[in-house]
Design a binder for this molecule. Structure first.
Ligand code: AMP
Ligand code: MG
Length: 418
């Protein structure tokens, strides 16, 4: 985008708004998806929990041994104890034992009622089917109390929790085979540009391959998001009108390209006519011309800039959090950390800048970060070599090697929206 107001000393555009102001407007406009569905827990990976869950059972539901050893009465620690029975995981021993008796027990096995303590096998001596305890345990030691993982009827997981591997394990450990989640969000995605062609086709002179639909499908696609690929759309008012019509049933619409002020940039006027424009121009680099509005069916619409790096940065900063918010996910932000900069970075004040970078840890455990080279917004290779952004603030004039800078780690854009 050409920017006549830009001077050497500043990169500010008086018509742009701050990232925070833009996000506030965007988030206020987002509807939240309320419909839920019940799915098998094993298919719930990546979905958002729709209800608060309480624990239906105590876990563990019986006193369980934390060690391979012997279950005994703490008061009898000084005696020689006859091994009267064996409690294996899944095969409990009898609950009673006479005075002077203990039970052999394995990890995860039920501790018989008579016993209050377990001594690990390394701390006993076995002679003729009896043990003497060399190093006794404290009272109750190595016995996992009933409900010590989670207690029956107590809160287990909150609505808005994104379900990952640990949540699936927890639900299964509590005997749950189904779970109520928010229905998937339908996101329509298209690219605009007369120069665009699909990979795998011949490339006419002056044309390029479309990188953005694939980028967005990969960044957004997950079990909680259904991406509807609407293809490449020509740079014309009628083509845009047609594609917006095809988006009627989407929960969100995302396009790339055509949001600047060039001769073929029609997205904004068409959006203003068919819906409502809420945000245009944000003080961010790359991605300033990001366009946000609502289409006539009230679907949130993101018009991302066409350069793939700009599209990626704005999708990460605005679109992914917006989808998480619409799905009711409790945590919608990427974490930020501080790392030591390896080389000097130049920047003009007036926008928040996101430089693609590589975060690495040295042998001493210190994190340092280096840019991935040329940062122009058409340089897709700066993205695929990166595992983070360096975030340089609005007023920043760059940063010196050795300085601590703010870093937003990401997983090579491979980590989908949820
Ligand atoms: P635009 O935002 O439409 O002005 O496009 C800005 C730059 O990004 C131009 O160089 C376009 O050719 C390029 N571009 C636009 N859309 C895509 C796309 N889907 N994939 C790769 N490059 C694109
Ligand atoms: Mg274009």
């Amino acid at each position: 985008m050409k920017d006549s107001k830009q001077t050497m000393a500043s990169d500010a555009d008086p018509n742009s708004i701050s990232i925070d102001a833009a996000r506030k407007v965007i988030f206020e406009q987002l509807p939240s998806i309320q419909q839920t569905q019940t799915v098998p827990v094993l298919q719930a990976f990546g979905r958002v929990l729709a209800v608060d869950l309480t624990s239906a059972i105590n876990v563990p539901s019986f006193r369980a041994s934390a060690m391979d050893g012997y279950a005994y009465r703490h008061t009898e620690a000084e005696l020689t104890l006859r091994i009267a029975d064996t409690s294996l995981a899944g095969h409990p021993s009898a609950d009673d034992a006479s005075a002077g008796e203990c039970h052999r027990i394995t990890t995860g096995a039920r501790v018989p009622d008579f016993a209050d303590t377990v001594v690990q096998q390394e701390n006993v001596e076995i002679v003729n089917g009896s043990i003497t305890i060399k190093h006794g345990s404290d009272l109750g030691h190595h016995v996992r109390p009933i409900g010590s993982d989670s207690a029956k009827d107590q809160p287990l997981m909150s609505k808005g929790q994104r379900i990952g591997a640990a949540q699936i394990a927890t639900l299964c450990a509590h005997g749950m085979s189904n779970v109520e989640v928010i229905r998937p969000i339908n996101v329509a995605v298209f690219s605009t540009g007369d120069e665009l062609n699909d990979a795998g086709t011949a490339l006419p002179v002056g044309n390029i391959y479309d990188a953005n639909r694939a980028l967005l499908a990969s960044m957004l696609g997950s079990s909680g998001v259904v991406v509807n690929d609407l293809g490449i759309v020509k740079d014309s008012i009628s083509a845009l009108e047609d594609v917006f019509e095809r988006c009627r049933h989407a929960d969100m619409v995302i396009s790339s390209g055509g949001v600047s002020v060039g001769d073929a940039d029609f997205v904004r006027p068409v959006l203003e006519r068919l819906g409502k424009l809420h945000v245009w121009k944000i003080a961010v680099k790359p991605g300033r011309p990001l366009t946000f509005g609502k289409l006539d069916q009230q679907q949130p619409y993101f018009g991302l800039p066409g350069n793939p790096v700009s599209a990626a940065v704005t999708a990460l900063l605005f679109v992914q959090p917006a989808i998480r918010k619409m799905l009711g996910q409790a945590s919608i932000e990427l974490p930020r950390i501080l790392a030591t900069l390896n080389s000097t970075l130049k920047k003009l004040p007036g926008r928040v800048e996101y430089q693609r970078a590589l975060l690495e840890q040295d042998d001493l455990g210190n994190w340092s970060v280096s840019t991935t080279g040329l940062q122009d917004s058409h340089v897709v290779s700066s993205l695929h070599k990166a595992n983070c952004f360096i975030e340089l603030g609005f007023d920043s004039k760059g940063a010196q090697a050795g300085e601590k800078v703010t870093v937003i780690p990401f997983a090579h854009f491979a980590d989908p929206v949820l």
